[in-house]
Design a protein around this ligand. Structure first.
Ligand code: UDP
Length: 312
């Protein structure tokens, strides 16, 4: 019998790519999403196929799934800074109440739960690059606190269910990821820069652009998560591409790949915007034999193709 997996947030950017992967690997996939930031267009190619089911549900409420489950990937949450600033309470609720419901379901079904956590648990990091052992530098009452603290709580709750109830769990700390199915309007740097560049509008770099990020192409991320889900690693694992770049340089790369004539303008830096971010992936290499394979230049070309189709 095929193994059965529930993916919360399954109609989102990452969730939908995970639905594809597990479906392709022969799993029976249940995609659950309340469609606040997810979209059925991300999973329309799966709807109607065998071994795929979509359930519209908000996981902050009790989750009902009939039959057995082998695995739950808990990916439901707004994840772009603009989204979680617009939906602060929903973001806190899905990270806390939603994670509790998903863990309760995992316990009832004797299923493994893999939690989608984030590099945001490191806040504005004082250790660089960030290893999993770093506890972070988070402002709990700042604007980003709604996401950072929700995910920190979610990690604590996941470990408590593992230690107290003995359920099988994994935690992935996801660094900035990009690729097809990102919403052009989600406010994150990459889709915003693409949108602006493709329309020859000014590129809005926040602050002087000296802050850094490290961007992972979605296929690399999915491979890392797939391996982690099948592993017995319980403690958090960073999955990200360690190639670090300043946001200003990144804006210039997007100008180049799009062949745009846009000028770069500077706007105010948002509150608590991390100054640096770069994963240390020693652990992922060791326990999952994983490392990213797709260079930024290749990933950006593939992403441009997607955005062209969207805008066209
Ligand atoms: N950023 C920017 N211009 C934009 C959107 C974002 O300069 O139009 C910056 C943002 O301040 C941050 C970086 O790009 O320093 C990455 O932001 P993003 O929203 O993609 O995600 P974050 O890594 O901050 O969660």
């Amino acid at each position: 019998m095929a193994k059965r997996i529930l993916i919360t947030g399954g109609a989102g950017f990452l969730g939908s790519h995970l639905c594809d992967r597990y479906h392709k690997e022969g799993w029976d996939v249940i995609c659950m999403d309340n469609l606040i930031t997810g979209a059925t267009s991300n999973i329309s190619h799966l709807i109607g196929k065998e071994r795929f089911e979509f359930i519209k549900h908000d996981v902050t409420n009790y989750i009902v799934v009939d039959g057995d489950l082998d695995m739950i990937l808990h990916f439901a949450s707004p994840a772009s800074p603009i989204d979680y600033l617009e939906m602060p309470i929903q973001t806190l609720k899905v990270g806390s109440l939603g994670t509790h419901k998903a863990l309760g379901l995992a316990r009832a079904k004797n299923a493994k739960l893999l939690l989608a956590s984030t590099s945001e648990v490191y806040g504005d990091p004082l250790e660089h690059p960030q290893k999993e052992s770093y506890w972070g530098n988070v402002n709990p009452t700042g604007y980003r606190g709604v996401y950072d603290e929700a995910k920190r709580f979610a990690e604590a709750m996941t470990m408590a269910y593992h230690r107290f109830h003995g359920i099988d769990t994994s935690i992935v700390r996801i660094f900035n990821t990009y690729g097809s199915r990102m919403r052009l309007k989600d406010g994150r740097a990459l889709p915003t820069f693409f949108r602006q560049a493709m329309r020859n509008e000014p590129i809005t770099v926040f602050g002087d652009g000296s802050q850094t990020r490290s961007f992972t192409y979605v296929d690399d991320l999915v491979e890392g998560i797939y391996r982690l889900s099948l592993s017995s690693e319980v403690e958090p694992v960073n999955i990200g591409n360690p190639e670090e770049i300043t946001i200003l340089e990144f804006a210039k790369e997007i100008l180049e790949v799009t062949g745009s004539k846009s000028e770069i303008i500077h706007e105010e830096l948002p509150h608590d915007d991390p100054q640096v971010r770069q994963p240390d992936i020693t652990k992922a290499k060791k326990v999952l034999n994983w490392e990213p394979r797709i260079s930024r230049s290749e990933g950006l070309k593939r992403t441009l193709k997607y955005f062209k189709e969207q805008i066209g």
